[in-house]
Design a protein around this ligand. Structure first.
Ligand SMILES: Cc1cc2nc3c(=O)[nH]c(=O)nc-3n(C[C@H](O)[C@H](O)[C@H](O)COP(=O)(O)OP(=O)(O)OC[C@H]3O[C@@H](n4cnc5c(N)ncnc54)[C@H](O)[C@@H]3O)c2cc1C
Length: 377
């Protein structure tokens, strides 16, 4: 099977690359091994202080509405974190004190939403909080098994019964100016968070839950759908195992499922993520990149990989594949000619591109530009 570009990894960086190339009329395939960081996404695209307009367009065309307002956002445990470009349902505030009286609504039997921590955090900011767990008969079937009472299962039900929640909250509201609800709305129907805001006569803030993240899964689904609508081939559940490389040029990729059929292309993008997604792996002696055996930036002594104090900055998180100025990764010191490394597999090796989602987006767009600017691209 021959494509213009083959992409390894179907997270944010892989999907941004794939969508951009498909939009430019190029045939691509994404090999995606499974869960990625978007499944844990807070809803805020970090380190995007200056947002590339093409990224906002790309998200909008996929049906992902965002807003941009530098400020802070509420975290699942009641703390606040700086944020700017965020999904539309994530509230951004100029200061952490976003209300005076807050009603925090949860669902009875739902343990993945930390209403008490939220109340404690908001009270530290001078807000008064009241917590009310709703008894919803529509969720009783989930309560029978604690493993089912999770954000995604609840979100599936909420797409159908959100109006009941609005009715219940309207009855509950006394003199509160703000209602905090768990972020379990709009998994399939993206209009639901906005309609809830219209239906409740108070400011509505959606607060994060334990993973998986409902807005993150929604973002992943919409990007994947957009990619496939543009004609991209998304090989779900497959894994790139090795590559055929000669003189620094990648010819094809071998995957677990395609057996003896190799994926050939003119260009290749490595968007396989960091340690979290197994784009980087380690053993007691070294940190390595498993598909191509690329050079990885790392401290030579294993004892320097981590800081013994857990909450300190951990050096291993900054490790990533080494690249030249054009994002071509190095193999035994020499750049691979038609391979580009994008997203969190770069770790902190390209600080000018930021980190987190900012790194994924900036590096993906840079690699795509490099590919498209080549003669006979
Ligand atoms: C838990 C967590 C939460 C985060 N939350 C945020 C947030 O809220 N905001 C933010 O800005 N940033 C966040 N980040 C940072 C995040 O890394 C980036 O935002 C971005 O989503 C990373 O995208 P990526 O595509 O580079 O990598 P990933 O999302 O890690 O995707 C890599 C994909 O490649 C696949 N893969 C790996 N090896 C292979 C192979 N051999 N063959 C096929 N597929 C393969 C993996 O299975 C995975 O699906 C978070 C990171 C983590 C780990």
């Amino acid at each position: 099977m021959k494509f213009h570009t083959v992409i390894i990894g179907g997270g944010l960086a892989g999907l941004v690359s794939g969508i951009s190339l498909q939009k430019a009329g190029k045939s691509t395939a994404i090999i995606s091994n499974g869960q990625n960081a978007l499944h844990f996404f807070s809803g805020s695209f970090e380190t995007l202080e200056e947002v590339p307009q093409r990224m906002v367009d790309l998200l909008e065309e996929a049906g992902i509405r965002t807003h941009y307002q530098p400020g802070v956002r509420l975290m699942p445990l009641g703390t606040f974190r700086p944020a700017a470009l965020s999904l539309e349902d994530i509230s951004l505030f100029p200061t952490p004190r976003f209300g005076k009286k807050v009603l925090i609504v949860t669902f009875r039997g739902y343990h993945d939403f930390f209403s008490s921590f939220l109340a404690e955090g908001l009270e530290k900011q001078g807000m008064t909080c009241r917590i009310h767990p709703l008894d919803l008969p529509q969720l009783e079937w989930l309560e029978q098994s604690p493993s089912e009472m999770r954000s995604v299962q609840i979100a599936r039900t909420m797409d159908r019964i959100w109006e009941v929640v609005v009715q219940e909250v309207r009855i509950l509201l006394k003199d509160e100016d703000t209602v905090v609800l768990p972020q379990v709305f709009g998994l399939q129907d993206t209009s639901v968070p906005g309609r809830i805001r219209q239906g409740i006569p108070a400011q509505v803030v959606f607060a994060g839950t334990l993973p998986p993240s409902v807005p993150g899964i929604r973002t992943q689904m919409l990007l994947k759908r957009r990619y496939e609508l543009l004609g991209g081939t998304y090989l779900m559940g497959d894994e790139a195992t090795t590559a055929h490389v000669h003189d620094g040029v990648v010819h094809s990729i071998v995957t677990k499922n395609l057996d003896s059929h190799f994926l050939e292309a003119d260009h290749f993008i490595l968007a396989s993520g960091g340690f979290f997604s197994k784009g980087l792996k380690s053993n007691p002696f070294r940190i390595h990149e498993p598909v191509f055996g690329l050079d990885v930036e790392q401290a030579p002594d294993r004892n320097d990989w981590y800081h013994p104090e857990f909450m300190s900055d951990q050096p291993y998180l900054s490790y990533g594949v080494k690249t030249d100025a054009g994002l071509h990764p190095l193999q035994a010191g020499a750049p691979m000619k038609n391979l580009y490394a994008v997203g969190s597999i770069l770790g902190g090796t390209r600080p000018e591109m930021g980190s987190a989602a900012g790194l994924a987006i900036r590096s993906a767009l840079t690699a795509v530009d490099q590919i498209l600017n080549q003669p006979n691209a």
